[in-house]
Design a protein around this ligand. Structure first.
Ligand code: FAD
Ligand code: SF4
Length: 509
């Protein structure tokens, strides 16, 4: 009997070597009767004016992945088409498969599209469970009825995967969390910051850079692209992090500096999010680095918390809250995003440096995303959907499943507190303590009002005044509101007046 003709469609952010759809095809037929198809969709590439370095990463990694599959014996079609649907229809018309396998995408709209594929292609389609995350990989996707907080979610992951546990199944070091030892500002001198590995673009990447530079829309520049585009390069970047930055990851994970965008962070999310690195394998290698004496427990626990805690929790929140999350706006904020988010042209030095960093690199680390960008947007009452679109546009690691819960849920607290139990808002005091930005700023981080008062202070106190009753009712935020009792009526009036004047200067142009 002739083996059946089978297709495997691999979306561009699923560049796994052990891809479930490849495995399902292998169980049904042989390599000669299998065609793997990847589609580069013009519609998808220009849905937003994406960061050009992100497009280079994605397209170059897809094309290198095609080479990787061919090297192990697959026949692969790389189709450039107006849309994914058009590319798949053309593939099916040419190859006429009896069955098509694919893996569920990480994103809501992608899964809806996959559910319609059998009808669209007039071919039987099997959509296999997504294996890029630990959540839902082997167990059913958890659907608890009661509210879940990150800490419980994280501990369950540690126990489920046996990470950093002693022989009794209790956490190594006697604690689940070493935050007290972490969260330090960077010392002014005496601490070398090893830069992340840079990868010179090969001929294929250079070709992609030229194509992306010629696209009609996009932010940032292709020049200076130095990210990993193959699995081997991504592994080398991870190895470099384990050896040179993991040890200091914990203490300086919240520090911000003009000296370096990455500091002791991993810069690995761009690769994890397209399937070049596996989260569980990474967590196990970080644990092995601890046992090998490469890094202290507080740093390794902090890193594993990000990978198996925060990342998975965010993915879980996304699926729990979609599709309503996209339009959630529980603080009813409607102000347009100021124009300086596209240019970096603002006298507020922290925002100026971080926005320029994001335009140049498509990267800033977590605390700059949360406590500079989102903090400002929250205090200024910016429309959450506009902030969400900005993050999706500008970052190299941006995909809806990770941006939307982080921005709308965590950064802007617009989901009614489902992702985070309190709004992450802070005055200039926090940025001054954790960064070196304020030293070069025309504003005074210590002044609450007055001509040189930092806008973060004016907006922060104005926010507390505007939302006093709501914030007082939040047990995690209550103490901050207590500070309001020290304000005289005259100070309250001045804060409101100055905040209104500052907000009036924000222009969407
Ligand atoms: P590290 O700080 O070194 O952390 C290690 C890894 O932990 C990251 O690579 C990432 O995979 C994971 N991680 C840590 N925190 C989170 C989190 N909250 N959500 C998901 N993964 C996490 N992450 C993205 O991958 N893409 C985004 O577009 C993105 N947008 C964000 C927007 C906002 C407003 C906030 C607050 C966070 C966002 N994050 C996003 C999460 C986090 O900021 C980035 O994953 C991290 O900064 C990536 O850099 P890194 O690899 O150096 O991370
Ligand atoms: Fe940012 Fe205010 Fe510090 Fe200036 S003074 S860098 S605006 S926090």
């Amino acid at each position: 009997m002739t083996p059946p003709r089978v297709s495997v469609w691999i979306p561009g952010d699923q560049l796994l070597l052990e891809h479930p759809a490849l495995q399902a095809a292998a169980a049904l037929t042989d390599r000669d009767h299998t065609r793997v198809v990847l589609v580069e969709s013009a519609q998808r590439l220009t849905r937003l004016p994406y960061q050009r370095k992100k497009l280079v990463l994605l397209l170059s990694a897809m094309r290198h992945y095609v080479e990787e599959l061919r090297a192990v014996g697959y026949t692969v079609e790389y189709r450039q088409a107006a849309s994914v649907g058009a590319g798949l229809r053309a593939h099916v018309a040419a190859w006429q498969p009896q069955h098509l396998f694919t893996m569920a995408t990480a994103e809501y709209s992608g899964r809806s599209f996959q559910q319609r594929l059998t009808h669209l292609l007039s071919t039987p389609v099997t959509v296999l469970p997504n294996t890029q995350f630990l959540t839902g990989r082997y167990d059913p996707f958890p659907q608890p009825r009661k509210k879940v907080v990150l800490e419980n979610f994280y501990r369950a992951q540690r126990r489920r995967w046996g990470l950093l546990l002693d022989a009794q199944g209790e956490p190594l070091g006697g604690a689940w969390n070493f935050d007290q030892q972490n969260r330090k500002p960077l010392p002014r001198t005496g601490l070398a910051i090893p830069p992340p590995l840079a990868f010179a673009p090969d001929a294929l990447t250079q070709q992609v850079m030229a194509e992306v530079a010629a696209l009609p829309t996009g932010v940032g520049r292709v020049d200076g692209f130095d990210l990993a585009v193959t699995r081997q390069e991504a592994e080398a970047a991870f190895d470099d992090f384990l050896r040179h930055r993991l040890a200091n990851f914990g203490p300086y994970e919240d520090a911000m500096s003009q000296r370096s965008a990455v500091l002791f962070h991993a810069l690995l999310s761009p690769y994890m999010n397209i399937g070049l690195l596996d989260p569980l394998a990474m967590a196990r290698r970080a644990e092995a680095a601890y046992h090998a004496g490469l890094a202290p427990l507080a740093s390794v626990e902090g890193f594993i918390r990000q990978i198996v805690g925060w990342r998975e929790y965010i993915y879980w929140q996304y699926w729990r809250q979609m599709p309503g999350l996209l339009t959630a706006n529980s603080w009813r904020h409607t102000r347009p995003l100021p124009g300086f988010f596209w240019t970096g042209a603002t006298p507020m030095h922290c925002l100026h440096r971080v926005v320029n960093r994001v335009i140049d690199l498509g990267y800033s680390h977590h605390i700059e995303r949360l406590m500079v960008i989102c903090n400002f947007c929250m205090l200024a009452g910016i429309d959450p959907a506009a902030v969400n679109a900005w993050f999706l546009t500008f970052y190299v690691d941006a995909y809806e499943w990770v941006v939307t819960p982080n921005v709308i849920g965590m950064g802007l607290n617009a989901d009614g507190g489902q992702t985070a139990t309190k709004p992450y808002i802070a005055s200039a005091n926090y940025i001054h303590k954790m960064s070196d930005y304020c030293a070069d700023c025309p504003f005074n981080p210590k002044a609450r009002t007055g001509d040189d008062a930092c806008p973060f202070n004016v907006l922060y106190w104005n926010f507390l005044l505007e939302h006093e009753a709501t914030l007082r009712a939040n047990p995690r935020f209550g103490p901050a509101v207590l500070g309001l009792k020290h304000l005289t009526p005259a100070e309250r009036t001045t804060i409101r007046r100055q905040a209104a004047a500052f907000l009036a200067t924000l222009s969407a142009e």
